[in-house]
Ligand binder design. Structure first.
Ligand code: GLY
Length: 442
């Protein structure tokens, strides 16, 4: 067959979108890639024509449509959660574009945590106990009741809307629970207008991914994200500070995940006339050797995508096309046996105030690239005259591969040790993968 010379537009701006662009770049049928809004590093040192276009706002689907009209792409991969939640796929399809990702009503499984928990109830999907609230007063009365029975209780106060991964607040005392309830009104876009109070579950968390054409699905390797800003799960929640793939998901657990969490979601959405077409992300926790639902998301995780997607040996464009044509059942997905570790390099101060780091020079990323088996993805980097500058909270990802966790981790930490930010302003966790190292050494 002759080469097709296609243009792919990817909507999003971080390390996840960089990784997705690399997957499409490998396809012989892709000639040009546009990432919008993107970040400067995505277009750095690429083999094919990869450009970024900042002229779109992720929450404004009309601005996404304008970018689509400018480049007239053959495929648009809507990779980012706010874009999905604001109906980017709906508007693009209505205007004749081929878009990959769930429509707004289907992506609700992610952007409305209350709806999502009620969906789980309707379809017998195991989840933590929860109650939802729309006013502080009733919620405070509820937690006062809980803490009067057990003052040592731990619970989560969770915004029902999208909060860039920072909407779930752990509460270990009545005072903290009340403070967290009061924080709900401060989330942007009224994401905490409705909020949930959920029981805390003790167990190890993991992420699991499936691509679905609405009726059937194929799964990918597992991963584990590290959400807090400091080592050993200390400090505030972030968008993710590092990831490892595969995670500790055993074969029997995989079967349970697919049966109890993936199949039930795909079938449930199909029955409710909202077939899920896109990447379904199951965030789970292992309780008594069974998977329990922390959340569903409607796209690849960031930074998990950075460690899962490179393991796929098929042409990613072909996988997405089979999905859009409703024939995933005819596809055999192959993944390699390597272990991957992703480290997130962030501005010191993230996720709180990191404004003083904006505009500081980032040094030596090119040296990290030179280590065999190491790749670098950009998340918040500005490039001016070939010099790199911090332009965000999460700045870049080091992704290293190895035959096992020891090799992948050693490469990742050797690479990040070469990089610095003016004024000692680089922050990263030094414990990513520690559980896997312990398991490996057992
Ligand atoms: N890694 C968490 C997320 O993407 O939501």
């Amino acid at each position: 067959m002759p080469k097709e010379d296609l243009t792919v537009l990817i909507i999003g701006s971080g390390g996840r979108e960089h990784t997705i662009s690399t997957a499409y770049e490998k396809s012989p049928n892709v000639k040009k890639i546009v990432v919008s809004p993107g970040n400067d590093f995505i277009a750095y040192k690429r083999e094919k024509e990869v450009i970024t276009d900042k002229n779109c706002s992720i929450r404004d689907p009309n601005s996404i449509l304008d970018v689509a009209r400018k480049y007239d792409p053959d495929l648009i991969d809507v990779a980012q959660d706010d874009a999905l939640a604001n109906g980017a796929v709906d508007i693009l399809e209505k205007n004749g574009f081929v878009a990959f990702g769930p429509k707004k009503e289907t992506a609700r499984i992610e952007w409305d945590k209350r709806w999502s928990r009620e969906f789980m109830q309707r379809h017998g999907i195991s989840h933590p106990q929860f109650r939802y609230f729309e006013d502080e007063f009733t919620a405070e009365q509820y937690v006062e009741g809980l803490y009067s029975i057990n003052p040592k209780r731990v619970l989560y106060v969770k915004a029902a809307g999208l909060c860039s991964g920072k909407g779930a607040l752990k509460s270990s005392s009545l005072d903290e629970a009340i403070r967290n309830i009061r924080k709900m009104k401060n989330f942007p876009d009224r994401a905490g207008r409705v909020f949930l109070i959920e029981e805390n579950l003790e167990g190890e968390e993991f992420s699991y991914y499936a691509i679905s054409d609405g009726r059937t699905y194929k799964t990918f390797k597992s991963a584990q994200d590290n959400k807090t800003v400091f080592n050993f799960d200390e400090g505030n929640q972030t968008g993710g500070m590092g990831a490892v793939s595969p995670a500790m998901v055993t074969e029997p657990l995989k079967k349970e995940i697919e049966k109890q969490q993936i199949s039930k979601a795909i079938n449930g959405l199909f029955l409710e006339q909202n077939p899920f077409i896109g990447i379904l992300y199951f965030g789970g926790i292992v309780i008594n050797e069974k998977p329990m639902n922390i959340e569903y998301n409607a796209r690849w995780g960031d930074p998990e995508c950075q460690v899962v997607l490179p393991s796929i040996e098929n042409d990613y464009l072909e996988i997405v096309r089979f999905c859009l044509e409703g024939k995933l059942n005819r596809l055999d997905i192959k993944q390699d046996n390597k272990t991957r570790v992703c480290l997130v390099g962030a501005s010191r101060g993230y996720p709180n105030d990191y404004s003083s780091v904006k505009g500081k020079r980032i040094f030596n990323i090119d040296e990290a690239f030179k280590i065999e088996g190491v790749n670098v993805c950009g998340a918040g980097i500005k490039i001016v005259d070939r010099k790199m500058y911090a332009n965000g909270g999460r700045l870049f990802n080091i992704v290293a591969e190895g035959r096992d966790i020891l090799e992948a981790r050693q490469k990742a930490y050797s690479a990040i040790a070469l990089i610095s930010i003016e004024g000692n302003n680089l922050h990263y966790r030094t414990d990513i993968g520690w559980r896997d190292v312990e398991r490996f050494n057992q």
